[in-house]
Design a binder for this molecule. Structure first.
Ligand SMILES: Nc1nc2c(ncn2[C@@H]2O[C@H](COP(=O)(O)OP(=O)(O)OP(=O)(O)O)[C@@H](O)[C@H]2O)c(=O)[nH]1
Ligand SMILES: [Mg+2]
Length: 547
């Protein structure tokens, strides 16, 4: 028999017994409660002066008995009660309310939070007698602007609907309305941004978040931007708005909610407690970590990503509870965590220590390779730039190689080195590396320090920007800021304005004038000729070509 949960302190053994006995009798699935069950429940609730909640599955079995305060219930985790692939929780909540209050605001928001099949409130009068039963359920589509339907209140035993049939039809309707998932996607997601800034900026950042989500294998099914005077320190957005987001997720069949803002460990924890356990609430940093985890191919890359994930996880391991399992893993359950709920801080620390050692070792090897290259004497040209700007494509076209390039953020994680030959037997070493992004998570910046160190060796930096991107100015600034933070401003830099084939020509002209950049299309070799001449000139001295 499952255990009672909630405020059982101070109750008499006989009362605890009677509460436990509530597990023994099934409730009629079609009817919510039989009259004698309503009487017993009302009397007991009245006697202990607390709300009693019953979580009831679709067969009428009582799966959880919860004891609350005079007008509240404890947190109930319905995750292990879910049946099959149901969209709704597969369980309903029936609880008592002392006095005439009926359905509270908390009840209304609990519906999308917990996805109860339905929620029934049994009023208990001041004599301890059962009053009306009020039932509310979520609507698959809004009706007259309402997302929740309240059934006509009734006395126990006089249910106006066959509740089992009603739940089944809701379930079918929710399933019918959510489109099937694209075969290439791992899950559907709702994107959320809570901001005190301008809507336009928030929308632009959401465009980027959508690209990140797509790159991570998520299918974006909705975007919600909330502007507030002040962020809610507990959950960023207010509870009402959060309930809307969760309802949208339910209707769209989305199992991931991604915040554009970073969530503190406390916020992530609170949000996890306020959402159904089938929903994963993550932030932009986690999304980026997840992409990196999917893309890391070399040993060094994998070590770096695991280190970043563990560093992110560490402060979130303080409290261990049901929210944790959803905080730890990646979207598809990759990454550390998920399978290791029992993972503790000590083990994480040990693993981090090990990773640091391994990374140092790999770093030494990298240093040796670098020294060898240096001894060769050829100048080193490093390609840097915002993710997806076309760095790998440019490397390929410049050096006639075939490094993976993809319309996807963070296609490249591991540095690649190629030779670019000029006439007269002169060559430069060209390296392509991981792209930058605004607000790169600090865990990743630290973990990728070794990779980025490579850039310090560069004699020349090629900063590639995507001139066709509406956010190109912000991207150029973000890259410059990152270079600055990495202390990489010594080497001369050439700004390459890429993708002019699909950019607005006037915008390109303006960019060229403003930044003294070289307009090119990495897909069109002839367009690279002036840039090549500039590279040769800067790598070998202005007049080198004439010698
Ligand atoms: N139209 C057009 N597309 C380009 C051009 N250069 C690159 N692309 C496309 O832009 C996308 C990204 O190119 P990548 O070379 O992978 O970009 P990257 O900067 O290496 O990206 P990450 O490694 O993910 O940071 C690919 O789909 C390329 O085909 C260009 O000049 N014109
Ligand atoms: Mg690349």
């Amino acid at each position: 028999m499952p255990k009672l949960i909630g405020s059982t302190q101070g109750l008499k053994p006989s009362q605890i017994n009677r509460l436990n006995n509530l597990y023994r009798r099934r409730l009629p699935p079609a009817e919510v409660l039989l009259p004698e069950q309503a009487r017993a429940l009302a009397a007991l609730s009245h006697e202990i002066g607390r709300q009693i909640g019953l979580v009831v599955d679709r067969k009428g079995e009582v799966r959880q008995v919860a004891v609350g305060g005079p007008d509240s219930l404890p947190h109930i985790d319905a995750s292990r009660m879910r049946h099959g692939r149901a969209r709704l929780a597969g369980v309903a909540l029936v609880h008592t309310a002392l006095g005439p209050s009926g359905l509270s605001q908390a009840d209304q928001t609990a519906l999308p939070q917990r996805r109860w099949d339905y929620l029934a409130v049994l009023n208990v009068d001041d004599q301890g007698l059962p009053g009306l039963v009020r039932v509310a359920h979520l609507l698959p589509q809004p009706e007259d602007g309402q997302d929740v339907r309240l059934l006509r209140p009734f006395m126990a035993g006089q249910t106006p609907h066959d509740m089992a049939a009603l739940v089944q039809s809701l379930e079918d309707e929710f399933a019918r309305l959510a489109p099937p998932l694209d075969v290439r996607a791992q899950a559907a997601a709702i994107l959320v941004s809570v901001t005190t800034g301008s809507r336009q900026l928030a929308e632009e950042h959401m465009d980027e978040l959508a690209e990140l989500a797509r790159s991570a294998g998520l299918e974006v099914r909705g975007r919600v931007v909330q502007r507030r005077q002040r962020l809610d320190p507990r959950t960023l957005m207010g509870p009402g708005r959060l309930a809307e987001v969760l309802l949208l997720a339910l209707r769209q069949g989305a199992s991931v909610v991604v915040f554009d803002q970073d969530l503190s460990p406390g916020q992530a924890h609170n949000l996890a407690l306020l959402t159904d356990s089938d929903i994963k609430v993550i932030d932009r940093t986690q999304l980026i970590l997840d992409i990196f985890a999917q893309r890391a191919a070399t040993r060094e890359g994998k070590l770096q990503v695991e280190m970043a994930q563990l560093r992110y996880l560490m402060p979130r391991l303080t409290s261990r509870d049901d929210g944790l399992s959803r905080l730890t893993g990646g979207i598809g359950g990759r990454g550390p965590g998920e399978t290791r709920l029992e993972i503790d801080r000590r083990r994480v620390r040990e693993r981090l220590h090990r990773l640091e050692k391994d990374l140092q070792e790999v770093g030494k090897q990298r240093q040796r390779r670098r020294d060898q290259r240096k001894r060769g004497g050829a100048p080193v040209l490093s390609i840097v730039g915002y993710t997806n700007a076309g760095k790998s494509t440019l490397l390929n076209t410049l050096t006639g190689s075939s490094v993976l390039s993809e319309d996807r953020l963070f296609a490249t994680l591991d540095p690649t080195t190629r030779r670019l030959r000029f006439p007269q037997e002169r060559e430069v070493i060209v390296t392509d590396t991981v792209g930058f992004i605004r607000d790169l998570p600090k865990e990743l910046r630290q973990a990728f320090a070794a990779t980025l160190e490579e850039l310090a060796q560069a004699d020349l930096l090629l900063h590639v920007a995507d001139a066709s991107n509406p956010m190109v100015e912000e991207q150029i600034a973000a890259v410059e800021r990152t270079l600055d933070e990495l202390d990489l401003t010594q080497a001369p830099t050439i700004l390459v304005l890429n993708k002019i084939d699909k950019a607005d020509p006037e915008a390109v002209t303006a960019l060229v004038n403003r930044h003294q950049g070289w307009p090119v299309s990495a897909l069109d070799p002839p367009s690279l000729r002036p840039l090549l001449a500039a590279i040769e000139g800067m790598a070998f001295g202005q007049n080198a070509g004439a010698v």
